[in-house]
Design a protein around this ligand. Structure first.
Ligand code: TXA
Ligand code: MG
Length: 341
């Protein structure tokens, strides 16, 4: 397998994992912060380095399908279909955990999320380490997920043992998390595999009621910091995609700028020409016709806004279907309740 990574560095990183250390590595979604999933002490190090709440479970990454069977109690037949279609790829599947998976890894739950990432560096690293690798996104808890090694470095340098630089990640938002312990299966987090694609294989798939709730709550400017996640330092305001959305984005951004704040507008490239207020910093975030381009840019842009010292980011929302569901889920969380419909 060609990884573009020096063999010596790969062997060293694998040895660090085997010995209980922490290694950041690229996947096809975002960079992960890996540790031996079966080593409680190593896994505790992940929580410490990220400042992550202890009850937030980790995804266990494998390099081949067979590794799954040692980690779970049983594999339902629908899982085989999903694995055949989507692994390696951005789909994390939740099963009842086998006894050897520590509760530390699963945040105290009796279930475990597992995925096989579609990235040559990740696959090689896990195969060489010869252990399943627990890996959350390699950011400080609450910050936007890292899509480059530089993002990881900024958040975690000095707190972890190794960062493997495999260039920018492809998809840019995290894997879909699908719970197979409930009937019908339930999406807990929308991600790189769309709900529509899952329904093609499974027929019925439910969305976690919490996701539905999130979409119906209309709280303008009453941010619950508790729910802020994927968030830059700048305040994010999300304007939902309704007719005339550009007008409403521009009005809100103009109001904030008038109040003396440094304001940036993130909008699909197609909409950028509709913005006329010269005071606003305009950031195209990819094309609405190709949501993959928006996903790939999303976290990098949010981090860039902090770099530029922006106070407020007004984001033009997109349609919540296909990959747009995952993109809007992350934006809602980044906005922490500052949602304008
Ligand atoms: O794309 C990804 O999934 C990336 C890369 C590195 O693989 N990883 C990632 O991990 O996003 P993290 O820790 O940032 O997000 C894991 C998500 C969390 O929302 C967590 O609550 C959920 O998966 N999760 C993990 N195990 C679970 C379980 N047993 N039950 C319910 N949710 C679980
Ligand atoms: Mg994360």
């Amino acid at each position: 397998m060609r990884t573009g990574i020096d063999e010596g560095q790969m062997a060293q990183a694998a040895a660090i994992l085997r010995q209980g250390g922490l290694v950041a590595f690229p996947t096809e979604t975002v960079y992960g912060l890996g540790a031996n999933a079966l080593d409680e002490v190593a896994v505790a190090g992940i929580f410490q380095a990220k400042g992550r709440p202890q009850d937030n479970p980790l995804i266990v990454h494998v390099a081949e399908q067979e590794q799954l069977y040692d980690l779970v109690q049983s594999v339902p037949s629908c899982a085989r279909d999903l694995i055949g279609r989507f692994w390696p790829g951005p789909l994390s599947l939740i099963f009842k955990k086998a006894p050897q998976v520590p509760l530390r890894t699963t945040g105290g739950l009796d279930t475990v999320a597992i995925r096989m990432p579609d990235h040559p560096v990740a696959l090689k690293l896990i195969a060489e380490a010869q252990v399943p690798v627990a890996a959350p996104s390699a950011n400080v808890s609450g910050r936007p997920s890292p899509t480059t090694a530089a993002h990881v470095h900024r958040d975690l340098a000095g707190r972890i043992d190794c960062i493997i630089d495999g260039g920018p990640t492809g998809i840019g938002v995290e894997s879909t998390v699908l719970d197979l312990t409930s009937t019908p299966p339930m999406v807990l987090r929308p991600g790189g595999v769309t709900v529509e694609e899952l329904r093609e294989i499974l027929g019925r798939v439910d969305l976690d009621p919490a996701l539905e709730e999130e979409r119906t709550v209309r709280i303008a400017r009453s941010p619950g910091m508790k729910y802020r996640h994927y968030a830059p330092v700048a305040r994010v305001h999300l304007v939902l995609n309704r007719p005339g959305v550009e007008k409403r984005v521009e009005a809100l951004a103009g109001e904030l700028a008038k109040a003396g704040r440094r304001v940036a507008v993130m909008a699909p490239a197609e909409s950028i020409p509709l913005y006329t207020n010269g005071q606003l910093l305009l950031e195209p975030m990819g094309q609405v016709q190709k949501p993959v381009t928006i996903a790939a840019n999303l976290y990098g842009l949010l981090r860039k806004m902090d770099h530029l010292g922006v106070d407020d980011i007004v984001v033009q929302g997109i349609e919540e279907k296909g990959l747009g569901l995952a993109i809007m889920n992350r934006l809602r969380k980044a906005a922490g309740g500052r949602i304008v419909s």
